[in-house]
Design a protein around this ligand. Sequence first.
Ligand code: ADP
Length: 259
Amino acid sequence: VGRHPTSQAGPARIAGVDRIIAIGSGKGGVGKSTVSSNLAVALAKEGRRVGLLDADIYGPSQPRMMGVSKRPGSPDGKTIIPLQAHGVTMMSIGLMVDPDKAVVWRGPMLMGALQQMLGQVEWGELDILLVDLPPGTGDVQLTLCQKTDLTGAIVVSTPQDVALLDARKALDMFKTLNTPVLGLIENMSTFVCPTCGTESHIFGHGGVAKEAEKIGVPFLGALPIDLDTRLAGDAGEPIAVGDGSMADAYRHLARRFIE
Ligand code: ADP
């Protein structure tokens, strides 16, 4: 799929990587990183060669969520060897900096780090590279969309109005940057009480599907609020690694990308 006619040299491809898909959100805390890690694991379980780049430079969550903490090696001081976790090849700026220190970087340094993670990491042969973006519509998103040959982006939102409001901004940004939106995902869609089975719509319900219909992009699926999902993420073993209803939900989601 060709795009970005504006850049003369053309946006960069990553050698050996078939498709690059960015995962964005407007607001933080909607579960973008949780969805990214689980989708990566689910795609790997479906037999795809998957990479996960944590580009959330100011708040990298993937080392914790994927359960890795080793500093990636760089045998020649130039190329960076990514880590492997749960069948996924992964890299995060969080692995290169002190996890307890704030990253206080200005734009150019940030862009340097992002370019390094895209260009110097030995991703190898991948069917899909998922990029977990920071929330919002800032420098990282701009650089990535303009300089990288993205297949497209997906946007994660909760059904809550404030989240949707910001998701619309992210969608507008992708449109402005000519990045195709491959679909929307509703996270924290509903909550089923584990004791009485009552379903409640803590953040509302169905708003993301409605938005997808309104703007004419695919609605890829809804994921419930689920305690085990949160616990699994905190423990560094995404819920999609195991079996059960949430792993099934992520398997279905993964299949939307490879059907
Ligand atoms: P973001 O990347 O959008 O900032 P995170 O993936 O870091 O969001 O998720 C924010 C918090 O919500 C994390 O503590 C995560 O474990 C939790 N979380 C995300 N999705 C769910 C879910 N479906 N059910 C329960 N907790 C979730």
